[in-house]
Design a protein around this ligand. Structure first.
Ligand code: SAH
Ligand code: SF4
Length: 356
């Protein structure tokens, strides 16, 4: 009999699959609050039900095969799927725990988890290591969910603690729209991890038609666009997908996308030395985003063995940022979180494959 991953289901779906249906809530609690990794642990379930669950469902679809710790407190994980493929996820420590003078906790650590949506990627961006290995397959919603659940478990992050999610690991989320949307819903389940939709950000290389479709779903999630270049000619060289969906089509799709009043669409701009770090590009970027509630996130290109591209200088990066901010555009430079553990996704997996 074919077994399914139990994390593939929303609570409503699960309650249709399980009899009696109220058990679905208990199961959800075991999985997402107590981080159970076997059905046997679920003490308040009848023996018969545990047996049925065991026969029909998988509860541990991922196995941790490697973890790297960064000096800044971030951790990068490599997970193996049931068919032997591997994907990466990263726990980013955004803010340390802080205390009041009397020793009481002012605020807890703030975490963001960066998750993968595919094994490999079809988009084939010239600068991206994930693309080099080609495309293997889509992840199911449950395999996406499990990355976060395992990271929370392993780091003893309480079920009720807020975390932010970014679909910025391996793969193109909108190329796996169905499973990604399903995972957004499961992440936000009240009885599950209860990660609010506005704490989830989907990053895309710009599949305009899918952005439109995603927008119509009104999920309440945030959108990030990997722009990286301001004219079609250069963007096409860096990102072949630009032939199918050019910059104008992306801008149009973004303008139609429903955005939370307090939020902005993030435009990621991977800065590569002598390729797109010039002031002419900064100027064009400014005019391109005119009329959009946007923020720009500049990313240092993170070099790896065999790439022709180079990391930009701090000076050019600052200059680029200052040009935009002084003209009223929100612009941040992505801190090179976990740079010492090769943070750009795809890099840990590559290392593991080389070692094999
Ligand atoms: N496929 C989606 C989401 C995953 S890629 C997308 O492209 O948006 C997540 C981010 O990692 C992208 O913005 C991508 O440009 C960036 N990235 C890829 N290779 C990188 C590298 N070598 N250094 C720094 N960032 C990189
Ligand atoms: Fe795929 Fe994103 Fe890498 Fe491009 S940058 S190849 S879209 S994962």
């Amino acid at each position: 009999m074919k077994q399914e991953i139990i994390q593939d289901f929303t609570q409503a779906e699960l309650s249709k699959l399980i009899t009696p249906s109220f058990r679905a809530k208990q199961i959800y609690h075991w999985i997402y609050h107590k981080y159970a990794t076997s059905f046997e642990e679920m003490k308040n379930l009848p023996k018969e039900l545990k047996k049925t669950l065991n026969e029909n469902y998988i509860i541990a679809p991922l196995k941790q095969v490697m973890v790297q710790n960064s000096k800044d407190g971030s951790k990068k994980y490599l997970f193996e799927l049931h068919d032997g493929h591997t994907v990466e996820a990263v726990l980013l420590l955004m803010k340390n725990k802080q205390y009041h003078e009397d020793g009481s906790v002012k605020h807890q650590e703030r975490y963001t988890v960066c998750i993968s949506s595919q094994v490999g990627c079809k988009v084939g961006c010239a600068f991206c290591l994930t693309a080099k290995g080609g495309f293997m397959r889509n992840l199911t919603a449950g395999e996406i969910i499990e990355q976060v659940r395992l990271i929370k478990k392993e780091n003893a992050i309480d079920a009720n603690r807020r975390v932010n999610l970014v679909y910025m690991g391996m793969g193109e989320p909108l190329d796996n729209l169905k499973e990604v949307v399903q995972s957004v819903k499961i992440f936000s389940e009240e009885e599950g991890m209860a990660i609010a939709r506005h704490r989830q950000t989907i990053s895309t290389s710009g599949l305009s038609s899918k952005i439109e479709r995603l927008g119509k779903m009104e999920l309440g999630i945030n959108l990030a666009i990997s722009l990286h270049a301001v004219d079609d000619e250069l963007r096409q060289k860096l990102m072949p997908i630009n032939k199918a969906y050019n910059i104008a089509s992306i801008i149009k799709a973004v303008k139609n996308f429903p955005i939370n009043d307090r939020k902005r669409v993030m435009f990621e701009y991977l800065v590569i030395k002598d390729v797109n770090d010039d002031m002419h590009s900064a100027k064009k970027l400014l005019s391109l985003l005119d009329g959009i509630k946007a923020k720009v996130n500049l990313i240092y290109f993170n070099p790896y063995g065999g790439t022709e591209f180079k990391r930009p200088s701090d000076k050019d990066m600052k200059k680029f940022q200052e040009y935009l901010t002084s003209r009223g555009l929100h612009c941040t430079i992505r801190e090179s979180k976990g740079l010492d553990i090769s943070a750009a996704c795809g890099q840990l997996r590559e290392q593991e494959l080389e070692n094999k």
